[in-house]
Ligand binder design. Sequence first.
Ligand SMILES: Cc1ncc(COP(=O)(O)O)c(C=O)c1O
Length: 510
Amino acid sequence: MDHSLSQHPPAEPASLTSPDLPDSGAPRPELTLDPEDWSKVRQSAHRALDAVLDYQMHIRRRPTWQPVPDSAEDLLATPAPEKGLGADTVIDDMLEHVMPFPAGHAHPRFWGWVCGTGTPIGMISDMLAAGINASSGTFNDAPTRVEAQVLHWMRDLFDFPEGASGIVTSGGSVANMIGLVVGRDAILGDFVREQGLAASDRRPAIYASRQVHSSIDKGMQMLGLGLDNLRKVAVDRHYRMDVEALERQIEKDRADGLAPCAIVASAGTVNTGAIDDLEAIAAVARRHGLWFHVDGAIGALAVMSPNLRPRFKGIELADSLAFDFHKWLYVPYEAGCILIRDGDLHRRSFRVAASYLEPPPRGLGALVDSSNIRGPQLSRGFKALKIWAQIREHGLEKLGRLHDQNVAQIQYLAELIDHETRLERMAPSPLNILCYRYLPTSVPEPEWDGINAEILMRLQEQGIAVPSSTRLDGKFALRVANTNQRSRREDFELLVRESVRLGREIEAEA
Ligand SMILES: Cc1ncc(COP(=O)(O)O)c(C=O)c1O
């Protein structure tokens, strides 16, 4: 057997090679951005790869966050050079002045906002995706098949029907927006795409709870639906949408001549991780003929855990479902997703005629279901590769166990806080988010917000940990969102100890 043949790709046909222009370092007549000496680039690339793997491996020893020092500020503010500096200088600058000073999302004590940690396989995938410079979803190639398979897996994970479609997005904000676009067109009618909302004689109304994420407000603004037409429904004491209040509002709006269009439920609210009653809200949507969108940016992927899955009952009924891989699948930024139950409605909202994009029967352009007819972008990066690789390396079962671990860590933090008389939990923590505050003893309550804000800044500035903040019923809260695959219980113990230490210190200074 000829092993050399079986192990190497077939040689290029002689007529397609260019023997006069070898990649050997000989001077070339045309300009190119490729290196003259590939072996030098290989060395530089290995150096950068080693440095970034060291960064990940030893990240626990670093401060969670550190401000950008003057030396880096100066370097980063230099003007664009007229003459190139060469790859080695640029790589040195990246390693010295950029890599050490990110926000710190990869750190085991980063719990601010809702930020995933990233993984080595995700990083390698992004490098490969950039290396082949793939534009995903519009060509008859392997990257398109990878994305199709990721969407297929997600469709199965969420029990969506076979005719469902989807697209990998930059994140939850764009996924939510796509869901709203399809819902708007499906319920209000084709005239919106053709003549615009101005052609309607009735104001559209979209419903969500008061805890809904601001990306929905932004979507209302951007899609011409209008912020005033986002009806924010009251929540119960668990911060879940009050479903009776929702139905009353829909009925009132209809009686007042508005055009109720869609309900947005949250599968994990940004403030407290509350999961709306998805089944009940789906039933309201069905009764009133409305689009049912679920913003699962934070929580939805926890259905991978058999323990957590029952909490999301009703998610499979969504007309559109947004979620984020860069949050609770721990893939590096950026990657989100939208699934649409009715794939035809999805494509109808984004299909436009363009002769230069018509798919031929064969060849590279022969792709009937281009991502161009499922979202706002034409050219798109190959984000699906890191999702595909992450799921294949670790498997759904282990990822589900990590979700369990994150939730258990938050329960552990809750216990620690409940045992600490100087700290108070401020809301239920049904999932992976916890809000708390320090209870000063020497100053009146109106001053507590300021002291807690100072605790937050010192936790961050001293590199201890990065929680973020929010307000619950007007009160300032320190907020921990755990989508971190590197955190350990001892990290939460440190957070509690340091919150109390800093609280006492600030009180004493006051
Ligand atoms: C509930 C919720 N929805 C949507 C988003 C927006 O997601 P992204 O930041 O990926 O655009 C977030 C972000 O934190 C969120 O928490």
